[in-house]
Design a protein. Structure first.
Lengths: 294, 647
């Protein structure tokens, strides 16, 4: 099944790997091809040996949880009465907010795409969950000593063919794995080929600085993927997020910190020293009257 | 009167503190999910936002007053210097301890010291807060050294204090702005009213204003509790200082809303319930205190000062809660309300800090400028040390012997119901599934289970299964001679069970699960004589051992014979496969027209999209968790009120 999916991407398998600039791997999900069978979920569960999932008040409605790294969300389709299925997973951003947010550096962005999690470093503060614009990282609330859980997309979840278990178990080729550049080209090709079907937008191409998981569809996926439109970005006064990442947006504030420390020490130290000197001089001049008063 | 209030206040604090220890302990046994209402969609709860972020802001007085006295050399505030540093130390201490319960792996609290990520604002907050806490502890050392006769140490400490004050003030300015910068990371998730690129200075300035107001509030309360008069001029000056910072905050906020074109969220087209919250917050946090603090007549009257500082205090807590929790509700599509246990731990830790605070101001020269606790300065009050204290072992023993026994007993007894409230309904068991995957809608009056709904992943898109229709069809077939009827679906019925739930074997959506549980058999026949007839239930569960099962189950377990050729070493398939198998086995054979929209070849034939309940359903309280009395088979299914699960 997965073979047929890859056959559709002649650019992917064939020659020319040496010419490529970026080796960033990515996943392209085409919502028009997804039938919602959840084979990807099953493949992920089997490959990662995930535990049993059960509903609880702390789990979200989108199906992702500490025991599920990917899920299928049903959204209303273009025509009334129809529906589309959208696979949710970690977006593996080019410049991830979670990586910038983690105070111990437990989350890292690897060169070939995946955002990986080092459970040995994590202290469980859940700042990555708050910082992620897509609300992806999940927590093992049911455990006394919980860890963060999210889609890995690294070597551990790749099956024999080199693709992750989720994409290789997709029966319709709705979700495929490959080099990001190729997949963007492929997505663009599909949109250009059938402009009457697809919305002319690749979700994840530029938003938040670009992601390694990209989506195309015949209806807007912004709500389910939590990717606002350009207008919504502008309305929230963060218009630059249509093409740049959140860490880039707040970079200036990070840069302020060392100057704040050095400047604070210098200014306050000078004032304190000057005032003290002034007081000592005043005291020596007017005797010891002031000491009794204070 | 006041002594009575102080006594009862301390009793209440002890009760809260001891109950907090119980609730806090339960968090480490049962996990955050069982003891709190935090969730994936809103990961930062009450402990982090109220105790840490708001708590740090309210304890700001420590650094502001230290800066004013030691750096800017304004000596008239000296009378409250130690009080403010003590508030800083205890406030930060209580916050950090609350954080230890909130963070998932608190035994790794040392990690950020060695594993660096300088890009993270939380990293900066962690370093600054922990360093600043150390500095406040150092600033408090003179109190100890004056109480116990170490004149030399006192002198040395006074000499070297200046650099540490400078360091402490610098660290404070840094981490207060960084606490705000934490929320810069959520430009698309936090509500635009509270998210702004200017959060860091907003947090810093509002924290200073509210910190001074908190100081005023605290001095007013202490002077009332201990019947002491504070210098009125110190209070009014603190209030004036607070008004300056709060006005600055108000100006920044107004400019921020104007520059970023966000007034439409307050009054314009995008008005929502958040706008009301925001207006109340701004009124409490800035407008009311500024009005009271900046009008000299009002500033000099104690009740007005009390109202103003209380408003600033509550307004700041509200602002931090809005930024950290409430502002995320809309995009998370969930509402977070802390449960009783979270409140008890949170306030209990603050009560513990409060007890330590009372202990220190009663026994140590904290308020030396005003007098009490410092015998050489107030001659007539020194022998009137409050008699209500049970600080040392001797005092506790004396209370036990004397008339104080009942007080200790009352405290101990009152902790029990409070701790029980904190643990009620949760914290006493690990998680259990909430709802049966197959249920009949009682709401629509279906008490006879005529129509069943199958919805294992609980997304509301159930599959309608005509139970009665199938019964009728099979009754007809039975008359025609077919023997297997109900058994076709209810293929396994455990002993003493009418019809065993699918979920006891097919217990996961996708993953095959083992269907024979040796340990449960062991548990069941722990004290049974029959147990001798089979050596152990830990049998090799293969075909040849099937006879051993049949010894007991031959008559009681309908449909068991179907498993004879397979044995019990197999895994039961996931719920999805089981349910599809159940329907497809018959319907595929009978299917005549695969193009029929309601054929089994068409997903939408069964999986018809159902009208989704609005967000309102999310606002409802979560279902109570049931504690299994004796798990004999499968996970215990908890019946929700509206549905009648099939057991």
């Amino acid at each position: 099944m997965s073979k047929s999916a890859e056959d559709e991407l002649p650019v992917l398998d064939a020659q020319g790997k040496s010419k490529r600039k970026s080796k960033t791997k990515a996943i392209l999900t085409d919502a028009t091809k997804c039938i919602g069978c959840e084979r990807c979920v099953q493949g992920c569960v089997e490959q990662n040996d995930l535990p049993q999932d059960f509903p609880a008040h702390f789990k979200s409605n989108d199906g992702l949880s500490g025991a599920r790294y990917t899920s299928i969300v049903e959204v209303p389709g273009k025509d009334p009465g129809t529906s589309r299925f959208v696979r949710r997973q970690c977006m593996h951003c080019a410049d991830p907010t979670c990586v910038a947010a983690c105070l111990v550096g437990a989350l890292t962005k690897s060169a070939d795409g995946p955002v990986t999690y080092d459970a040995d470093k994590c202290i469980g503060c859940r700042y990555c969950m708050l910082a992620c614009p897509f609300s992806i990282p999940r927590y093992e609330y049911e455990k006394a000593l919980p860890y963060i859980r999210k889609c890995k997309m690294d070597e551990t979840c790749r099956v024999a063919g080199g693709a992750p278990a989720c994409t290789s178990s997709c029966p319709t080729g709705a979700t495929v794995f490959g080099l990001r550049e190729d997949l963007i080209t492929e997505a663009r090709r599909r949109i250009d080929e059938r402009p009457e079907l697809y919305v002319d937008h690749i979700w994840g191409e530029h938003e938040f600085g670009g992601t390694s998981v990209i989506y195309i569809s015949d209806s807007s996926l912004g709500d389910v993927l939590k990717i606002p439109t350009d207008k919504e970005f502008a309305k929230r006064a963060v218009a630059s997020l249509t093409h740049e990442s959140i860490p880039h947006l707040v970079h200036n504030w990070v840069m302020v910190t060392p100057f704040q420390f050095a400047g604070g020490l210098a200014i306050l130290g000078t004032i304190a020293f000057a005032k003290r000197r002034q007081r000592v001089m005043a005291e020596t001049a007017s005797g010891k009257d002031e000491e009794d008063e204070s | 009167m006041n002594e009575f209030v102080l006594k009862r206040l301390k009793d209440l604090m002890w009760i809260l503190f001891l109950a907090a220890l119980v609730v806090g302990g339960s968090r480490f046994v049962y996990g955050l999910g069982a003891t709190t209402n935090m969730m994936d969609a809103l990961p930062w709860g009450w402990w982090k936002v109220f105790n840490m972020i708001a708590g740090a802001a309210l304890a700001t007085s420590g650094f502001v007053i230290a800066a004013v006295i030691y750096i800017f050399d304004l000596r008239q505030f000296r009378s409250v210097a130690r009080l403010s540093v003590l508030v800083g130390f205890l406030g930060y201490g209580a916050s950090l301890i609350a954080l230890a319960f909130d963070v998932g792996l608190p035994h790794r609290g040392w990690h950020p010291f060695f594993m660096w990520n300088p890009h993270s604002f939380l990293f900066e907050v962690f370093w600054c807060v922990s360093l600043y806490w150390g500095v406040t502890a150092l600033e408090l050392l003179p109190i100890l050294s004056e109480r116990f006769p170490f004149p030399k140490l006192t002198h040395v400490l006074h000499e070297i204090m200046m650099p540490f004050v400078v360091l402490g003030v610098t660290l404070s300015t840094m981490h207060h702005s960084s606490l705000g910068a934490l929320f810069l990371a959520s430009p698309t998730r936090l509500h635009p009213l509270w998210h702004s690129m200017w959060i860091p200075p907003e947090f810093f300035i509002s924290a200073m204003g509210a910190g001074l107001a908190t100081m005023v509030l605290l001095i007013l309360i202490i002077s009332w509790l201990f019947n002491k008069e504070f210098e009125r001029v110190v209070l009014t000056r603190l209030a004036a200082g607070s008004a300056i910072f709060l006005s600055l905050y108000l100006v920044i906020k107004v400019v921020d809303l104007t520059v970023h074109n966000k007034w439409n969220y307050v009054f314009g087209a995008d008005k929502s319930w958040e706008s009301q919250v925001f207006l109340v917050e701004i009124a409490l946090q800035a407008i009311l205190p500024i009005l009271i603090f900046s009008i000299p007549v009002l500033r000099r009257s104690k009740p007005c000062l009390f109202i103003g500082s209380l408003a600033a205090f509550l307004g700041l807590v509200m602002h931090r809660l809005d930024v950290g929790i409430v502002g995320y509700f809309r995009t998370a599509e969930r509402v977070y309300i802390p449960n009783a246990g979270e409140f008890i731990l949170s306030f209990g830790l603050l009560a513990g800090a409060g007890l330590l605070f009372f202990f220190l101001i009663e026994k140590f020269p904290v308020l030396s400028g005003i007098g009490f606790g410092c015998p050489e300065e107030d001659g007539h009050d020194s022998h009137q040390q409050p008699k209500v204290s049970i600080w040392t072992l001797q005092e506790a023993l004396a209370l036990l012997k004397g008339p104080g026994t009942e007080r200790v007993l009352v405290i101990a007894l009152l902790v029990i119901p409070l701790a029980n409230i904190g643990l009620k309904g949760q914290g006493t068991s690990a998680f259990q599934p909430i709802l049966s995957p197959v249920y009949a809608s009682i709401q629509s009056g279906d008490t006879m289970r005529e129509n069943l709904r199958i919805d294992a992943n609980r997304n509301g898109d159930y599959v309608d299964f005509g139970h009665k229709k199938h019964q009728e069809v099979f009754q007809e077939k039975y008359r025609l001679g077919e023997k297997e009827t109900c058994v076709k679906c209810h293929h396994l019925t455990l002993p003493k069970d009418n019809n065993t739930v699918c979920r006891s074997c097919h217990s996961d959506m996708q993953v095959p699960m083992p269907m024979f549980h040796a340990d449960r058999h062991e548990e069941r026949f722990k004290d049974d004589d029959q147990r001798a007839s089979f050596a152990s239930f830990d049998l090799d569960r293969r075909k040849q051992n099937f006879e051993a099962c049949m010894m007991c189950h031959e008559e009681t377990m309908i449909g068991l014979a179907a498993y004879a050729p397979k044995g019990f070493d197999q895994m039961a398939p996931g719920f999805t496969q089981a349910m599809h198998g159940n329907c497809m086995t018959c319907h595929r054979l009978e299917e005549k027209d695969p193009t029929d929209p309601f054929s089994t070849g068409n997903c939408l034939g069964c999986h018809r999209p159902q009208p989704k309940p609005a967000i309102a359903a999310e606002l409802q309280p979560k279902e109570p968790f049931l504690v299994p009395t004796k798990p004999i088979r499968g996970p215990v299914i908890i019946p929700a009120e509206k549905v009648d699960p099939i057991l």
